[in-house]
Design a binder for this molecule. Structure first.
Ligand SMILES: Cc1cc2nc3c(=O)[nH]c(=O)nc-3n(C[C@H](O)[C@H](O)[C@H](O)COP(=O)(O)O)c2cc1C
Length: 80
């Protein structure tokens, strides 16, 4: 029987287990850039087989929520 904690082959990767974390809107990037709390959040969950990161707006106009970490300024790119 296959169990949740067994590896899973996914295209070119082998996930260490079958736990997949769905994306969640964290709204904790007060300056709209990934910060220390972003790193802590993902480090705490890094034993999952796969993490789908939160939505990252690609422009100011594309922002749906406050305090989500974007990916369109130098500060944001450096943060990621
Ligand atoms: C960018 C993005 C952000 C999301 N943020 C949340 C969230 O904050 N809370 C939440 O319950 N679901 C959020 N969702 C939806 C979840 O990822 C997930 O699809 C939902 O909880 C339903 O789970 P299920 O498909 O396993 O039933 C988000 C989805 C996307 C694409």
């Amino acid at each position: 029987m296959t169990t949740l904690l067994e590896p899973y082959p996914l295209a070119d990767f082998t996930l260490p287990n079958r736990v997949v974390m769905a994306p969640m809107t964290r709204s904790r990037a007060m300056n709209h850039a990934p910060n220390e709390s972003t790193a802590t959040y993902y480090a705490q969950r890094a034993s999952a087989g796969l993490i789908v990161a939160e939505g990252a707006p690609i422009s100011r106009q594309g922002r749906g929520y406050l305090w989500t970490p974007g990916i369109y300024t130098k500060e944001q790119l450096d943060g990621w």
